[in-house]
Design a protein around this ligand. Structure first.
Ligand code: FES
Ligand code: FES
Length: 184
């Protein structure tokens, strides 16, 4: 049963637009939050600054790089291109919501095992895109893996290892499902 927390959009005063803030309720990583947000506030800023979830990264802030990728109702989206008010009553999953306790998500484990990052700044977005792929297509082709991360730029050029991690993630997920019977 999700718990509910109430938060106020930061910064708390001085900004005249804050007077126009409206309450928005959304479920983030299984927890319901009611937040006062200005209508212009993006989902990315709400996650990072109001909820303290800094895994999704702000890089271009205009929909070019994919570093801010999260799931909205299970679909990968650029959170810098969405307004928080448009996410009312919807479900958001961020990179912080993938691991179950100490158990990494198969995609996270695969990134570690395949050394699929250098600076790591693009990594949360890459992982969320591949997680969305495996949710819909548990046994993807190499082409599907490449297409899933085509909207996620990596300035470090770790693409080869990222694609290898995508393949390994599918194998890890399948092995876990075999061991557990169902689920991941
Ligand atoms: S920060 Fe959102 S696409 Fe680059
Ligand atoms: S690992 Fe540095 S941008 Fe991708």
């Amino acid at each position: 049963m999700p718990t509910t927390t109430e938060r106020r959009s930061a910064p708390p005063s001085a900004d005249p637009d804050l007077g126009r803030a409206v309450p928005v309720t959304m479920t983030v990583n299984g927890e319901a939050h009611t937040i006062l947000v200005e209508p212009r506030r993006t989902l990315l800023d709400t996650l990072r600054h109001d909820l303290g979830l800094t895994g999704a990264k702000k890089v271009c802030d205009v929909g070019n790089c994919g570093a801010c990728t999260v799931h909205l109702d299970g679909r990968p989206v650029y959170s810098c291109l969405l307004l928080a008010v448009d996410c009312a009553d919807r479900t958001v999953t961020t990179i912080e919501g993938l691991a179950k306790g100490n158990a990494l998500d198969p995609v996270q484990e695969a990134f570690v095992r395949r050394d699929a990052f250098q600076c790591g700044f693009c990594t949360p977005g890459q992982v969320m895109s591949l997680r969305a792929l495996l949710d819909e297509t548990p046994d993807p082709t190499d082409e599907q893996i490449a297409r899933a991360v085509t909207g996620n730029l990596c300035r470090c050029g770790a693409y080869r290892n990222i694609l290898e991690a995508g393949r390994l993630a599918a194998e890890i997920q399948a092995a876990r499902r075999n061991d557990e019977g169902v689920g991941r």
